[in-house]
Structure formats: structure tokens, C-alpha cells
Design a protein around this ligand. Structure first.
Ligand code: AP5
Ligand code: ZN
Length: 213
């Protein structure tokens, strides 16, 4: 299966991705995770992206399209993939269509993580992540066994620099202005499934499974 997950910051894309990935043996391509890794490693790409990400704005289409183009060539991504956080502009969606056309494939489903903005601040400001694995926790909704410590490795957890209430405002603005049109783009192709993303994680998983079965 070739899937796209679209939703505002904190809607649960990164939480559901590993579950979908394991169940369908897909590769998980999250542009945000790849960009954060580039920033941490101070690669040329990371140096360009850092400031834009910290402001909660979108990095340039060319840059992310390049990342995705490279990543999709991996053998593990040939049978199917989950795109998490890409495409985020109509221009990115058009570029993706071109790439898939060349391979003779297309997107099977777009999962639309629909949720009210008002719920997102609590989700974002309470999020803690294990940087190297991407495992995600929440102080209230998904607490680690020991506060601030990863359950699996025992390593410390961290918070993302853009996970503040102030930066969330810009991220939501970018979502409504630049990414919501992408949902319309795929609605016209008839491949969008709308999910009740405000429900608890396990219930969202059940809805995802219904859509994909
Ligand atoms: P990115 O990393 O993609 O961030 P985002 O879209 O803002 O999404 P998040 O990762 O914040 O949300 P999520 O839906 O994954 O939430 P999660 O499941 O973790 O992008 C970051 C930046 O990179 C962008 O601002 C931009 O600058 C740049 N970028 C990335 N892609 C780009 C692109 N294509 N083009 C241009 N720029 C790009 O959940 C959040 C919290 O809530 C967690 O703590 C979790 O435990 C909890 N939670 C999850 N689900 C539930 C639930 N159902 N109930 C209760 N709590 C829940
Ligand atoms: Zn995410």
C-alpha cells in the first residue's frame, strides 16, 4: 500500500505510523523526522532548514521533494510506504504524482487526521520524544514508565524546539493555509479517508485498520 498521512501538528500521525508500518511492513518516511536528523547532524540541508523549522514555517518545496525522491528509491520502499508530513503543499503533491507516474504507481489512500485546533496545544506541549528512535510519549496521555526516560533504552527523553504554544500558532497557520488545500487535491481523486483524530490513540488505530482492510 502507498499511504499519505495528513493532519495538523499533534493530530497523531507519528503515533499511528509505527503501528501501520508494522502491520503492513511498509517503510515510514517522515519529512519532519528526516529534517530534524539533518539539523542535529548539522548537514548543509540541516543548516538551511533549522531556522525555518524553529519558526514553525515550511521549508522549501525543492528541499523536501529532494529528500523524498532519494528516500523512495530505497529497496525497502518499493512495495509500499507511509508518507508522514509530506506532501504539505499542492506543489509537493504534484511533484509526488510525477515521481509515482514514472514508477507506474499511485497513492492508494490519504488518511486525513481531522481534529479541532483547540485540542492540539495540550498534545504538543506535553509531548516528549526519544530522539534516536522517534518513540513518542505524552506526560498525560502516554506517559513513560519513568518520567523523562525512554521505556526501551533507558535513555533520556527530549522536547522538540518547535513544541511551544507560540510556535504551534505558526505551524497551525501553515497547516490551514498551505496543507488543507492538499486534502482537496486528493479529495478530487477520491482517495481520502477522514479519521476522528480527537479520539484516544487505540480508537484511532481501529479506525485506521477499518479504512485499510
Ligand atoms: P513534522 O515533524 O511533520 O511536524 P507536524 O506536522 O507539526 O506534526 P507533529 O509531528 O507535531 O504531529 P503528529 O501528528 O506526528 O503528532 P504525534 O503523533 O507525535 O514537521 C516539523 C517541521 O518540519 C515543519 O514545521 C516544517 O518546518 C518542516 N517540514 C516537515 N515536512 C515538511 C514538508 N513536507 N514541507 C515543508 N516543510 C516540512 O502526537 C503528538 C502528541 O500527542 C504526542 O505526545 C502523542 O503521544 C499524543 N497523542 C497522539 N495521538 C493522541 C491521541 N489520539 N490522544 C491523545 N494524545 C495523543
Ligand atoms: Zn510527527
Amino acid at each position: 500500500k502507498r499511504l499519505i498521512l495528513i493532519g495538523p501538528p499533534g493530530s497523531g500521525k507519528g503515533t499511528q505510523s509505527p503501528i501501520i508500518k508494522d502491520e503492513y511492513c511498509l517503510c515510514h518516511l517522515a519529512t519532519g523526522d528526516m529534517l530534524r536528523a539533518a539539523v542535529a547532524a548539522k548537514t548543509p540541508l540541516g543548516i538551511i532548514a533549522k531556522e525555518t523549522m524553529e519558526k514553525g514555517e515550511l521549508v522549501s518545496d525543492d528541499l523536501v521533494v529532494g529528500i523524498i525522491d532519494d528516500a523512495m528509491k530505497k529497496p525497502s520502499c518499493q512495495k509500499g510506504f507511509i508518507l508522514d508530513g509530506f506532501p504539505r503543499t499542492v506543489a509537493q503533491a504534484e511533484k509526488l504524482d510525477e515521481m509515482l507516474q514514472k514508477q507506474g504507481t499511485k497513492i492508494d489512500k490519504v488518511l486525513d487526521f481531522a481534529i479541532d485546533d483547540s485540542i492540539l496545544e495540550e498534545r504538543i506541549t506535553g509531548r516528549w520524544i526519544h530522539a534516536s528512535s522517534g518513540r513518542t510519549y505524552h506526560t498525560k496521555f502516554a506517559p513513560p514508565k519513568v518520567p523523562g526516560i525512554d521505556d526501551v533504552t533507558g535513555e533520556p527523553l527530549m522536547q522538540r524546539k518547535d513544541d511551544t504554544a507560540a510556535v504551534l500558532k505558526s505551524r497551525l497557520e501553515a497547516f490551514h493555509r498551505q496543507t488543507e488545500p492538499v486534502i482537496d487535491y486528493y479529495n478530487k481523486k477520491g482517495v481520502v479517508a477522514k479519521l476522528p483524530a480527537e479520539k484516544p490513540p487505540k480508537e484511532v488505530t481501529i479506525e485506521v485498520q477499518k479504512v485499510l482492510s
